[in-house]
Design a binder for this molecule. Sequence first.
Ligand code: MG
Length: 461
Amino acid sequence: MSLIKSISGIRGTIGGKTGENLTPLDAVKFAAAYGTWLKKSLGKENLKVVVGRDARISGKMIQELTMNTLTGLGIDVIDLGLSTTPTVEIAVPLEKADGGIILTASHNPKEWNALKLLNSKGEFLDGEEGAKILSIAEDEDFNFTEVDDLGEISLRENYMDIHINEVLKLKLVEADKIKNAGFKVVVDGVNSTGGIVIPALLRKLGVEVVELYCEPNGHFPHNPEPLKEHLQDISDLVVKEKADMGFVVDPDVDRLAIIDENGQMFGEEYTLVACADYVLSKTSGDTVSNLSSSRALSDVTEKHNGKYRASAVGEVNVVKLMKDSNAVIGGEGNGGIIYPESHYGRDSLVGVALFLSLLAERKQKVSELRNEYPAYFMSKNKIQLTPDLDVDGILKAVEQRHRDEQVSTVDGVKIDFPENWVHLRKSNTEPIIRIYTEAKSQQEADDLAQKMIAEIKTIIA
Ligand code: MG
């Protein structure tokens, strides 16, 4: 059981002792801290906040506690009910609201939930803002409103349809070409809200949909992180149904994984690569992903004469660098597509629409498209340390040893070798260093990781 307070919100397990889990008292405390911070930072009364949730079992309970706490501070609430992270993100500016909260623990199993906090643009708070909210919660520095000024809750249950329409309005989304292509697609919505919104989007695009786990009851039929080892059922069904592809999203619909017509993974890293290939073929410009994402994005960007930049890990860091460099598309290698033409947040609806537009235009099978991209393989490892070791010192030593290579210290240590790369990051919660490598074969990626582990061991010894 645990409760993790971080700058992007508060995440924890349901049940158990207050302060050690996401209990009702903890949810109320953090909702109150967010509302208090919003009132202080905006310096005005009569605020409005959009609140939505994914379909997890605890969602309704946590959402009602959150909304009623905000009304207790005199804040009006727009209740989107069952929703997705990107839906709440687009609703905040469309409703001219002052902030937003999404109740979701993203790809984490069903016992988890979280409050994810947005600013008045519908974007994640930055580190400084998050730290202020944590300190307000710590001090319980709340001042609830008097009876005549309580906020009101208004229900808006059609926002996923509005979101779909916003996606269809995007210039690069070729609805007619997609309709003419006659696609058949299997969707795995892990029994969360992706099971509502992805089939609805596809049907609007004239796609024949086969639904797998699209009942939004919060009983996740498999580990909800869209990784190969959890996706056997959709792989089998794509083949059985003779479908053109499969789409899988995580419970709050900001990560998209694709299965090809043979039931093989397109590769989570390649969702962004393909969407970027399409966008860059229409709009020249630059791209951004985080330091742990595949080099394939950099290759595809250069092919289109753009410049690729890498940010620290974390959506808020990707978005900041995208804004600073005016990138036309970006995201994360875990299937997170950020397309500023729509909004600055990872959005699987946008990913689905761009990917289908690309396929419809190129008239290719998914496996054929995949074969056109450079093949890279990743290896994700970690090295266990003892708590007394100076992790920063170890990373510094690795940096020194490789100072003649191309090294970035924006987030841990990333070394870009000509043929492969390694990214070392320390964990903030346990004494480990995560070691991610990428190379042109799985063997080479695994070997590079083992070489780095051996190197770190000699530094420690
Ligand atoms: Mg997510």
